[in-house]
Write a protein that binds this ligand. Structure first.
Ligand code: KE4
Length: 440
């Protein structure tokens, strides 16, 4: 049954989702296979999705929602985009996986390299976590150094060395950000404030010839959306080049989203290594790490850096990625201006309703990713973002969900839309927000 409609449905009941949540809790911690899906940050029971098409998802109780999660970014062409569905169906008839090379891997790689000139060679993996973990191992091997710099609020997946938080006081050593991460490993990662080049310079001064790489989200999505300050990305590039450290740009979220060539294109960055995910797999599990050939050729079987994966370059994932990236390449001139126009309209339209209702909001947006922070202060780093009224965000999230608009269930996430979102969805979202601000 098509879910194409011009209006989300007012939410009727969640009975079936609640039954499914109870069943899921027998098998999975919190009933989920990824924590954010449990809606702990916003409260309330998470709806279970049954199907989706275009800009809409339908839950197990038949409630329809305008979707601004989009599987956390991949669904830039909308759900069940026909060329992607057909590519997966066609490929699956020849079996799902071989554990051997296929032509489709180079087909997709060729298109990725057309969009990311910084990538001279790459390797497919099955998640963003694998991509960043592997890029860091490569950077340590290439430089013979151990320390990694990351920025607070940036998330790069759940590899041990990346689950760290800033230590107290002047120590820039990371401390475990999760149980189970040994301090010996956390201590090799130094989290610094985003958009602060002085702190980065100080870290290099404090650890001459010890820093292997600086990894960053070129546009932060995992603290909510935070744009790079003018000169920040070029400053990171200059400092890493001067100090002999690698610059790893994590475009798992921004890749193919903020521009066809991601933030590398938008901000003219030439990093040593790039990681990709989400959109590049068209909704199937794909991660990519790639960059300068002199580093990538250090990977087994050519070089001494081991990295492997049973389903790396999986044929179904390659087919979905190829259909997605191929479409974006072919329709770049239409897709990105449309995404910009639609995202601007919905982000600013909802913010205007908040202002009319006397709700203080700071809206950060880069292309078709954005966040409404419930604060009247500018948000330039994680410390700023953390000042947001997360309880107010939670109430707003539930009020929007009850009115058929599914926002990311955390103040510290970015909202996404795709080419299937149009004027009808923008207007319905603004109308829902007008009521939601009144109701909360
Ligand atoms: P995965 O291992 O989840 O495929 O990718 C990790 C990752 C790496 N780098 C960036 C910039 C990312 O945003 C992510 C994952 N993003 C989250 C959303 N904030 C995934 C959602 C989830 O954890 O369920």
């Amino acid at each position: 049954m098509s879910t194409k409609t011009t209006n989300p449905s007012p939410v009727r009941s969640h009975t079936r989702s609640q039954e499914l949540q109870q069943r899921a809790e027998r098998f999975f911690p919190g009933g989920v296979n990824s924590p954010v899906r449990a809606f702990r940050a916003v409260g309330g029971a998470p709806p279970f999705v049954e199907r989706a098409e275009g800009a809409y998802v339908v839950d197990a109780d038949g409630n329809r929602y305008i979707d601004y999660v989009g599987s956390w970014g991949p669904m830039i062409l909308g759900h069940a985009f026909p060329p992607v569905v057909e590519a997966i169906e066609r490929t699956a008839r020849n079996s799902a996986s071989f554990g051997a090379s296929t032509a489709s891997e180079a087909e997709l790689a060729d298109r990725i390299i057309q969009c990311y000139p910084a990538i001279e060679k790459m390797r497919f993996v099955s998640s963003g976590t694998e991509a960043t973990m592997s890029a860091i191992r490569l950077a340590r091997a290439a430089t013979g150094r151990k320390i990694i710099i990351k920025f607070e609020g940036c998330y790069h997946g759940h590899a041990d060395g990346l689950l760290v938080k800033a230590g107290s006081g002047v120590a820039t050593f990371g401390i475990p950000g999760s149980a189970g991460v040994p301090e010996e490993i956390a201590g090799l990662t130094h989290p610094l404030p985003y958009n602060d080049l002085a702190e980065l310079e100080a870290a290099f001064d404090a650890h001459p010839d010890e820093i292997a790489a600086v990894i960053l989200e070129p546009v932060v999505g995992n603290a909510g959306c935070i744009a790079p300050a003018a000169g920040f990305l070029s400053g990171v590039r200059e400092l890493t080049r001067r100090e002999g450290a690698l610059m790893i740009v994590d475009e798992v979220m921004t890749g193919f989203r903020v521009a066809l060539g991601g933030a590398c294109e938008l901000y003219s960055i030439d990093p040593d290594l790039v990681t990709l995910g989400k959109i590049v797999g068209g909704g199937l599990p794909v991660g990519v790490f790639g960059g300068k050939q002199r580093y990538m050729d250090m990977l087994a079987p050519l070089g001494p850096v081991y990295q492997a994966g049973t389903l790396s370059g999986n044929p179904l994932a390659m087919a979905a990625g190829l259909a997605t990236v191929g479409y974006l390449l072919e329709h770049e001139g239409e897709v990105y201006p449309t995404l910009e126009k639609t995202a601007k309209a919905v982000a600013e339209g909802v913010a205007a309703e908040g202002e009319k209702a006397g709700v203080a909001l700071t809206t950060n947006r880069v292309g078709a990713m954005w966040t409404w922070f419930f604060t009247d202060e500018p948000v330039r780093n994680y410390e700023d973002a953390a000042k947001s009224d997360t309880a107010a965000f939670g109430r707003f999230h539930r009020a929007m969900l009850d009115r058929g608009v599914w926002l990311p269930p955390s103040q510290f996430e970015a909202a996404f839309l795709g080419t299937a979102h149009g004027e009808a969805e923008v207007q319905a979202t603004i109308d829902a927000a007008r009521e939601a601000f009144r109701a909360t």
